[in-house]
Write a protein that binds this ligand. Structure first.
Ligand SMILES: Nc1ncnc2c1ncn2[C@@H]1O[C@H](COP(=O)(O)OP(=O)(O)OP(=O)(O)O)[C@@H](O)[C@H]1O
Length: 209
């Protein structure tokens, strides 16, 4: 499968364009790293790619067709801030099984404890909540998995364990991965290709506001 950003641009309200004419193609089976300085628009780009936000111009295509607007999302995004990705009025057990029922083995690999499932999001740490979000996003229908600073809030050992689990699943299922991180060491270790956000094929001279 192929996920494509075609002449994509984003601006918030009447603010200046954050980026324009961004082009990129991602394929299932590859793990791509996305690098760029803080504030350049990487998270915004990921939200467009996963269908969580609308492009101000251009389009995102999955095998040549627009992303589905209902049902389970084939392009899953793990946000940098998990507390913004969950419904605070749902208990963890309902959150995790929103799109599918993760199996015991996955919960164990992500070190998710059963008792967390009875708690409200506000009763969980950022790292615990992030692991629930990761499990929620790993349904068999996920074709692309976008990790936006996914493990920043976790300790090194938990980070390594989670990446091993996610990468192993990605390989077995032939998922496509897009990894956004300021950790160059992580990107170099796990990615098959690295792209610089500023090199997504846009011409800064033609922006205009
Ligand atoms: N919903 C929004 N409304 C208005 N401005 C926004 C919104 N989301 C992001 N921005 C602005 O867009 C710019 C880019 O933010 P974004 O989070 O996409 O960058 P980033 O490259 O992911 O940064 P970082 O590496 O620090 O996470 C920032 O100036 C941010 O304040």
């Amino acid at each position: 499968m192929r996920l494509e950003a075609r002449h994509v641009g984003k601006r918030y309200g009447k603010e200046a364009w954050l980026f324009r004419q961004a082009n990129a193609v991602f394929r299932t089976g590859e793990t791509v790293g996305l690098l760029g300085p803080s504030g350049c628009g990487k998270s915004s780009f990921c939200r467009l790619l996963s269908g969580y936000d609308a492009c101000s111009e251009g389009e995102v295509l999955l095998d040549g067709a627009p992303l589905p607007t209902f049902g389970y999302r084939p392009v899953q995004l793990i946000f940098q801030h998990p507390e913004r990705a969950v419904n605070p009025r749902w208990k963890a057990g309902a959150i995790i099984s929103e799109g599918w029922q993760p199996d015991e083995a996955l919960l164990e690999q992500l070190e998710i404890r059963r008792e967390w499932l009875k708690r409200w999001p506000s009763e969980l740490s950022g790292g615990e909540l992030q692991r629930l979000c990761i499990a929620r996003a790993l349904a068999p229908q996920t074709r692309f998995f976008i990790a936006d600073e996914m493990t920043t809030m976790l300790d090194a050992i938990t980070q390594a364990r989670i990446w091993r689990t996610v990468l192993d699943l990605a390989q077995r299922r032939g998922m496509g991965m897009l990894v956004v991180s300021h950790d160059r060491h992580l990107i170099d270790r796990i990615c098959t290709r690295v792209i610089d956000f500023h090199e997504l094929g846009r011409d800064r001279h033609d922006w205009g506001d």
